[in-house]
Design a protein around this ligand. Structure first.
Ligand SMILES: *[C@@H]1O[C@H](CO)[C@@H](O)[C@H](O)[C@H]1NC(C)=O
Ligand SMILES: *[C@@H]1O[C@H](CO)[C@@H](O)[C@H](O)[C@H]1NC(C)=O
Ligand SMILES: *[C@@H]1O[C@H](CO)[C@@H](O)[C@H](O)[C@H]1NC(C)=O
Ligand SMILES: *[C@@H]1O[C@H](CO)[C@@H](O)[C@H](O)[C@H]1NC(C)=O
Ligand SMILES: *[C@@H]1O[C@H](CO)[C@@H](O)[C@H](O)[C@H]1NC(C)=O
Length: 945
């Protein structure tokens, strides 16, 4: 066995030097031991270690191994992606090891106490990569006390692991140490006083641990220390005056601890200091004037303490300062004019103190200043015109002071300014006009002043502006027209409490984002809201009755969120002023409100919720109703024939509910005159198809040549949409929905014959009577439906032949007659050769099944149509019918998209709610996500079931 004590080492070294050329290979023991350790790595195929083989020369060929006198002297495998532990490291077999660097790997588990056997070690590095987390050692357990044996150790790096427990006092024996870095672990306990014996130490990093107790006075003995970082711990007690002995200290960081007491005057003796950070502690007393000696200081951060008294004039001597932060203390007195000598300053934060007096004109000398924050003090006087010299300034925050007089127009010279906060002062005057020159502005917050005059249209040139808050001033005149153009970039426009004239719509447009939370509740406070469009988000929680207080509300669109609970009864009252109530695709439950009033409601969409009970008869008061969609709920009622009296009703969808019973008319003359879409599919309606209903439906009997959608106000903000199911696809139809005429009675329990008057509904584009119990012949009159594109009579008990008149249905793209008892010949010609067997299967008596399909010229036509309209279109949906829908849906979304990208929030009365501010902040982070989501939404179809 080769056991070598440190005392015999130097003589042995001489001895082996003598044999330098005869002993060319490392000892077999070292080689074997390292191979054994390598065998425990979890990633054996690591190519860097391919050189580690028994047959190769470990001193010459092995990666990371350097020998001296034929013995392993250095093992440096930093950043080699090794996954392993130190459990089998050959500590006993490497007596000559001086340098051990295993940093930036994936070593885990504890540091074995045997490490104390590496008594010649000079450098021990088990740290992780500080820059990135790509390679991360996660050694845990405590630091073994046996480290105290490593008498020669000069550098000890264990940073960024999971080491816990306290720092062993034995480290104090390692008198050769020059660097200790134990930062970013979870070490606790106090800092051992024995560190004070390590008089060669130049660097001591213990930051980012859980160390508690006081800073030992003994640290003050470490006269060669240049860099001392004890920040981000829970150290308490006061800062020892002995630190004033550390003449060579350049960096002193004690920030983010629980230190109390005053800043020792002696800190002012540390003339080499360049970086002094004592922020976020509980330091009190005043700032020692001695700090004015620290000529080389570039960063001085004393913020977030309890410091009081004046800012010493001597701070003005610190001419190297680039960063001065004294904010969040209780400093008083005035801002010393000497600060005007700090000509290298780029950041000056004095905010959150009790400073009074004027802003010194001398601040205007600080030409490199980028960030000036003096807010939340008691500063008075006027804003010095000299601030206009700060040509590098990007942030100017002077809000919450007692500043008076006019804003100097020189401010408009600050062409790099992005943030201008002047709110809550007593500023007056009309000098806002030149603000349009500060083209970089993003946030302008000047609320709560006495600014007067009119808004200048040049403000509209500020194309980067996101927030413009001029609320609570004395602005007058009209809001320039061009303000509307700013809605593309503006997120907040707040001009409440002014004397502005003219009108502005009050709009909350936040749709298609990833907003979440339950904060809809306080929305009821923004009483001027007219349009609330927050569809396509993740909003949750229940609807609050206070929303009913929004008596100016015209559009309430909360569709496609996760709202739950009952719809408050008072929502019925809103039909007096609401035009649109859209809460489709949520989780709303309970019954519908029963008290709908006469008024403006034109669009009522609760599709896709869990509503139960009956359809409230009071809806008959809503004479303006055009779109009525209660589909996909659990409603349990008979057919609401009384809806027929709504003179403007165009779209009625009640599909997928538990509606039941026969459909009978009241004998009224004119019902459902304007109806163009009627979908009552997937219910439990019984008896005959409603003859008496079908004989009305006036709009379905005439072909509207103009094909124009009625103009709808607010269409810029809200588009009616309805889901149409055809050929297994559920399409969301937007904008064109007034152009399509459809009837869907499928999946009910209808019986009897198909009434031949159905042939009078010549405007129909889609007719679906499938999955019922219909009997008898197909009426030949259906051959008059020349516009019909999709006709589905499948899964009934129909008999007889397919009427020869069907051959004239030249628009037909989808035909399904399957699963009936039809017989005779399948008509030939025109569209018929494009239908395949699926259109007819399940009819025993039919003859002449098509064998060829999709090979004619018309097949090619529809193919080219498809490429024109959208390559994303599913190959199954290759009919022109679907193409039309697709085209139109894309148009609808196309226009919605531009608007969707802007978030407009205009508020004229009442306070700014906190929830909105929060939403806006969240929005900034989410906007990119939102855009991606929107692009996906363009694929406005999805498979149903
Ligand atoms: C190990 O090697 C890396 C370069 O590969 C070097 O930066 C580092 O200083 C070396 N470690 C020791 C202890 O010499
Ligand atoms: C530090 O040094 C002093 C005197 O040299 C000695 O009394 C003390 O025990 C030492 N402490 C440690 C932990 O090394
Ligand atoms: C500080 O460093 C200088 C050299 O830069 C050296 O001469 C001086 O002795 C050091 N001070 C102390 C207290 O060690
Ligand atoms: C201050 O910095 C200058 C330039 O870097 C250097 O020459 C000087 O020694 C420093 N002063 C002190 C007291 O460290
Ligand atoms: C600021 O500089 C001027 C001119 O160099 C000098 O007169 C004044 O004393 C300086 N003040 C401070 C506090 O440094």
């Amino acid at each position: 066995m080769m056991m070598v004590s440190s005392k015999t080492f130097s003589s042995l070294q001489l001895f082996t030097l003598f044999y330098l050329f005869t002993v060319a290979f490392a000892s077999t023991e070292e080689t074997t031991a390292l191979l054994k350790w390598k065998a425990t790595f979890k990633n054996q195929n690591n190519s860097l270690f391919a050189s580690w083989t028994p047959s190769s020369n470990s001193c010459r060929d092995w990666y990371g191994v350097i020998c001296f006198n034929g013995r392993v002297n250095m093992l440096n495998i930093t950043n080699t992606s090794v996954i392993g532990t130190l459990d089998d490291f050959p500590f006993s077999s490497l007596p000559f090891l001086e340098y051990l660097d295993l940093s930036m790997n994936y070593f885990s588990d504890t540091i074995p106490p045997d490490i104390g056997k590496l008594t010649n070690l000079i450098c021990l590095d088990l740290s992780s990569n500080q820059i990135s987390d790509l390679s991360s050692n996660t050694l845990d357990g405590s630091i073994p006390t046996s480290l105290g044996n490593l008498n020669s150790l000069s550098r000890l790096n264990l940073y960024k692991n999971n080491l816990s427990g306290s720092i062993p006092a034995e480290i104090g024996y390692l008198r050769s140490l020059t660097e200790i870095d134990l930062s970013s672990n979870t070490l606790d306990g106090s800092i051992p006083t024995s560190l004070g014996n390590l008089t060669s130490l130049s660097l001591l990093y213990l930051y980012d641990n859980h160390l508690s107790g006081p800073i030992p006075e003994e640290i003050g003995y470490l006269r060669f220390l240049t860099d001392l970082r004890l920040n981000d711990n829970i150290l308490n007690g006061s800062i020892p005056a002995s630190l004033g002995n550390l003449n060579n200290l350049t960096i002193l960081r004690l920030d983010d601890n629980h230190l109390s007491g005053p800043i020792p005057e002696e800190i002012g003796y540390l003339r080499s200091l360049t970086d002094l950070r004592l922020y976020t502690n509980s330091l009190n007393g005043s700032i020692p004037a001695s700090l004015g000696n620290l000529n080389n200081l570039t960063i001085l951060r004393l913020d977030d303490n309890h410091l009081f008294g004046f800012i010493p004039e001597e701070i003005g001597y610190l001419r190297s300062l680039t960063h001065l932060d004294l904010c969040s203390n209780t400093l008083d007195g005035s801002i010393p004019t000497s600060l005007g000598n700090l000509t290298n300053l780029s950041v000056l934060y004095l905010d959150g103190n009790h400073l009074s007096g004027p802003i010194p004109e001398e601040i205007g000398y600080l030409r490199f200043l980028t960030d000036l924050q003096l807010y939340n003090n008691s500063l008075n006087g006027s804003i010095p015109a000299s601030l206009g010299n700060l040509r590098n300034l990007q942030v100017l925050s002077l809000q919450q002071n007692n500043l008076i007089e006019e804003i100097p127009s020189s401010i408009c010279n600050l062409s790099l300014l992005t943030i201008l906060y002047l709110s809550r002062n007593n500023l007056k005057g009309k000098n806002l006009q030149c603000m349009g020159n500060i083209s970089a502005l993003q946030y302008v917050i000047m609320s709560d002043n006495n600014l007067s005059g009119e808004l200048h249209p040049s403000i509209c040139n500020l194309t980067s502006l996101q927030i413009l808050d001029l609320g609570r001033n004395n602005l007058k005149g009209e809001i320039p027209q061009c303000f509307g153009n700013m809605s593309g970039h503006l997120e907040v426009l707040d001009m409440q409490h002014n004397n502005l004239s003219g009108t502005i719509p009050t709009i909350l447009y936040l749709s298609r984002n990833n907003l979440k939370g339950k904060n809809l509740q306080c929305m009821g406070n923004i009483s001027a809201l007219q349009y609330v469009i927050m569809s396509d988000n993740n909003l949750s929680g229940e609807l609050h009755p206070s929303i009913c207080n929004l008596t100016s509300l015209q559009i309430l669109d909360l569709g496609r969120n996760n709202l739950k609970g009952e719809i408050p009864q008072c929502f019925g009252n809103m039909s007096g002023h609401l035009e649109v109530l859209d809460m489709q695709h949520n989780n709303l439950s309970g019954t519908l409100p029963t008290t709908f009033r006469a008024g403006t409601l034109r669009s009522f969409n609760l599709h896709g919720n869990k509503l139960k009970g009956e359809i409230p008869q009071s809806l008959v008061n809503c004479k303006e109703m055009q779109v009525f969609d209660l589909g996909d709920n659990h409603l349990n009622d008979t057919f609401p024939m009384w809806l027929g009296t709504l003179p403007k009703l165009r779209i009625l969808s009640l599909r997928s509910n538990k509606l039941h019973g026969p459909i009978r008319t009241l004998g009224s003359e004119n019902i459902f005159n304007e109806l163009r879409m009627l979908d009552i599919s997937s219910n439990a309606f019984t008896e005959n198809l409603p003859m008496s209903l079908l004989q009305h439906l006036k709009a379905m009997r005439t072909i509207d040549q103009t094909m124009n959608a009625p103009s709808d106000e607010g269409g810029e903000y809200y588009q009616d949409s309805v889901a149409v199911v055809t050929k297994g696809l559920e399409l969301e139809v937007v904008r064109i929905l007034f152009l399509y005429t459809t009837i869907d009675f499928s999946d009910n329990k209808f019986e009897g014959h198909i009434p031949s008057i159905m042939g009078d509904l010549i405007a129909l584009r889609m007719l679906n009577l499938s999955h019922n119990g219909l009997q008898g012949h197909i009426p030949p009159s259906l051959g008059r439906l020349t516009l019909v594109e999709s006709l589905d009579l499948s899964s009934n008990h129909l008999v007889g032949e397919i009427p020869a008149q069907f051959a004239s249905l030249t628009s037909l793209a989808v035909l399904n007659l399957s699963y009936n008892h039809l017989e005779g010949c399948i008509p030939q010609g025109n569209q018929f050769h494009t239908f395949d067997n699926n259109s007819y299967v399940g009819n025993d008596g039919l003859r002449g099944f098509p064998h060829l399909k999709g090979c004619g010229t018309e097949g090619n036509d529809s193919e080219s149509e498809k490429t024109d309209t959208g390559s994303e279109l599913d190959e199954e949906s290759n009919s022109e019918f679907l193409n039309d829908f697709w085209k139109a849906a894309l148009m609808g979304y196309g226009s919605g998209l531009c608007i969707g990208l802007s978030i407009i929030y205009l508020m004229i009365s009442t306070g700014k709610p906190i929830w909105l501010a929060r939403i806006i902040v969240e929005l900034e982070h989410k906007i990119m996500m939102g855009r991606r989501k929107k692009q996906r939404k363009q694929r406005s179809y999805r498979r149903s079931k």
